[in-house]
Design a protein around this ligand. Sequence first.
Ligand code: DQA
Length: 152
Amino acid sequence: MEILVLHGANLNMLGRREPEIYGKLSLEDINQILTEDAQALGVNLEILQSNYEGILIEAIHKAWQRQDGLVINPGAFTHTSVAIRDAIASVNIPTVEVHLSNIYKREEFRHHSFIAPVAIGQISGFGVDSYRLGLQAIVRHQRRTNLSVVAE
Ligand code: DQA
């Protein structure tokens, strides 16, 4: 199983960026943890961070028929990007939206996600565990889906 992990705007600054909100782990630390989790789950990961909406959109398009699931932390694009939402809808790849912080406990402008309606689910507020749970959730979802297709 092939899973794409996308990190959006400003997540390359993790570790230095508002550590009281986002924690002390760098993006490299998070990617290392996810890579180990993927090995244990027996799935392949491709990981990309970008501060450019268009690069994230193209990565989503490229995932069509190549990847089985998407774990995405869009960063601030969560609250602004109709285009990322439309990209996910257009490839129809099962998606889990994750956030390090609990976006519902924060400023009101963070309470709305353009991505949530095209995702299977959202995990928010558990730091790096949001990503780890998101990866687990997408793998379990896909394994369940594939089993029910075989059984039909
Ligand atoms: C974030 C939450 C967003 O509101 C914020 O813009 C981010 C990070 C999170 O992981 O908690 O950049 O997605």
